[in-house]
Design a protein around this ligand. Structure first.
Ligand code: PDD
Length: 284
């Protein structure tokens, strides 16, 4: 595939960065993953805005405007035959390459900008008998206290994801010291109880997911399913009728097992199907 690196387009396998890049040495960068289905993006503007906010919050001085980002990403998708494929675009802005390894932010360093595309799966069928359901484990959330920043320093997330993966599950749901759900290692999380969708509030313990925003906004606009943003205890998670996760690559995905125990009746639930239909109609 064709990648973008610091103003140039080149085959991905030819892209090279310095080992002194702070993204490599410190995980000192901000990233995004944006889905495009047959050339149509989902949440492009909020993804770009979240990245610009994240860069500002860690003082990475990237001069690209939201409009310039949009042109760059749409162009990269077009160069990778995005019109007839489902592609994710990965966008990575590191603080740049210094002349030495020194923790303080360097002066006069240009950020490194790297983007590439990768194939993503077709959207799931809006059918609870046919959709792929996921199973998850759980763990205390041992990441940092700035989970709202989409940092490229993902070792905490990677370690939690591996906990789920190593035991044959596809995610790990995380809870804080108060036994409240935060999110998954690479996804936001939701429960459904008595027809109400409940998801943890957007604070420093979770990533402000773009898919989460589209889900909440589309359900509120539709009006047929009630949504609450509030703290969710793990007892509520274990006794929920349905549990879902969401991300740019998974859209809304149902969870049918937590730590080997069934969620609700162990089948994908009707609220998932109704919500996924509403989301699917609203996402572009
Ligand atoms: N993951 N929470 C975490 C910790 C995430 O890493 C992600 C995204 C989300 C969902 O956010 P969004 O709906 O904006 O994709 C929540 C991306 C896809 C990744 O790291 O690959």
């Amino acid at each position: 595939s064709i990648a973008y690196l610091n103003g140039e387009y080149l085959p991905l396998e030819e892209a090279r960065i310095s080992p002194l890049d702070r993204g490599f040495l410190f995980g000192d960068g901000i990233y995004e993953v944006i889905p495009y289905y047959n050339g149509k993006s989902v949440g492009l503007v909020p993804h770009i805005e979240r990245m610009i906010d994240g860069l500002a919050s860690v003082e990475i001085k990237c001069k690209k405007s939201a409009d310039e980002w949009k042109v760059l990403l749409d162009d990269l998708i077009a160069r990778n035959e995005g019109a007839t494929n489902n592609l994710g675009v990965y966008v990575h802005v590191s603080r740049g390459t210094d002349v030495k390894r020194f923790h303080a932010y360097p002066e006069n360093v240009e950020p490194t900008i790297f983007c590439f595309t990768f194939a993503i799966k077709d959207p799931e069928p809006v059918d609870r008998e046919k959709v792929h359901a996921y199973t998850v484990t759980t763990s205390e959330d041992l990441r940092w206290k700035r989970c709202h920043i989409k940092s490229t320093a993902l070792l905490g997330n990677v370690m939690h994801f591996q906990q789920g993966h190593a035991s044959g599950n596809s995610e790990c749901l995380l809870y804080n010291a108060n036994n409240e759900l935060t999110e998954g290692s690479s996804v936001n999380a939701y429960i459904v109880k008595d027809g109400v969708v409940i998801t943890p509030i957007q604070d420093n313990q979770i990533l402000p997911g773009i898919t989460r925003r589209i889900i909440i906004d589309s359900l509120v606009a539709d009006g047929s399913i009630k949504v609450e943003e509030r703290n969710v205890t793990m007892d509520e998670v274990y006794s929920a009728d349905e549990v879902w996760i969401s991300s740019s690559s998974k859209e809304i995905a149902p969870i049918t097992q937590i730590d080997g125990k069934p969620v609700g009746n162990g089948k994908v639930g009707p609220v998932w199907e109704a919500a996924f239909r509403i989301y699917t109609d609203a996402k572009f």
